[in-house]
Design a protein around this ligand. Structure first.
Ligand code: 13P
Length: 258
């Protein structure tokens, strides 16, 4: 049984002063929900790296976990502007998002670069969320599975067997557009990812690996998306900036599981 995971990617949003009030509001929403639902799930917030210390302090002794939005490909060295995976560990930040579409498209990170980051993250024992997904022209050209398969391919060169990783399917055309994939579209790709993991690793690895959907997730569509058997949670951008919306996504998503 895979534990549902609700992850927030704040991207480059919010001031440091907004972190604590957000966490308090989210905790309140989640407490009410836990009392009601009694379902087990995980929640992770990935604020900008500059906010991680504050986020760590604000979430200590709470069920909210924190994550980074990227990490460097080495423990330390001459890598101006990069974030050391060792320091993420030191900060008590167990999660790291890798290969997000904005990193791939705006900062030209290719599969090889993402692989280097993934290997460094795994070496430090961080929990990576590897993002994959096709652009609109790629979908229109019928290349969705080929693109996702190519992006997943880096896993064959990383020591993932026996480790915990999460895959996030984020179709680029659904990110920040208000146009989410339909539950059937998401399920089709999630199922493809799961069977790819089975073929290239093992049935057990495929069964335990959580596959999140990301792209215009909101409280209104989370129940529908999560009713699909291979959708194990979400990676949420815009709607995660508001504690009420984010806890609404969790609440409605879990409803389809109970
Ligand atoms: P939106 O939820 O704003 O579409 O962003 C999705 C995303 O990129 C999460 O990583």
């Amino acid at each position: 049984m895979r534990l549902p995971l609700f992850a927030a990617n704040w991207k480059m949003n919010k001031a440091v002063s907004e972190v604590r009030p957000f966490m308090l509001a989210l905790l309140e929403g989640l407490h009410v929900l836990s009392a009601k639902a009694g379902t087990h799930y995980e929640v992770m917030i990935a604020p900008p790296a500059t906010h991680l210390m504050t986020a760590r302090e604000a979430t200590q002794k709470t069920p909210i976990q924190i994550g980074a939005q990227n990490c460097g490909q080495a423990p330390s060295g001459a890598f101006t502007g990069e974030i050391s995976p060792v320091v993420l560990k030191e900060l008590g930040c167990p999660w790291v998002i890798l290969g997000h579409s904005e990193r791939r498209h705006l900062y030209l990170e290719d599969d090889n670069r993402v692989l280097g980051r993934l290997q460094a993250a795994l070496k430090e024992g961080l929990l990576p969320i590897l993002c994959v997904g096709e652009t609109l022209p790629e979908r229109k050209a019928g290349q969705t599975m080929a693109v996702v398969e190519r992006q997943l391919g880096i896993l064959k060169n990383a020591e993932v067997a026996g480790k915990s990783i999460v895959i996030a399917y984020e179709p680029v055309w659904a990110i920040g557009t208000g146009e989410n994939a339909t539950p059937a579209q998401a399920q089709e790709v999630h199922q493809f990812i799961r069977s790819w993991l089975k073929t290239h690793f093992s049935p057990a690895f495929s069964e335990k690996t959580r596959i999140l959907y990301g792209g215009s997730v909101k409280p209104e569509n989370s129940a529908f998306l999560m009713s699909e058997p291979d959708v194990d949670g979400f990676l949420v951008g815009g709607a995660s900036l508001d504690a009420k919306s984010f806890s609404g996504i969790v609440e409605n998503g879990l409803k389809s599981r109970s």
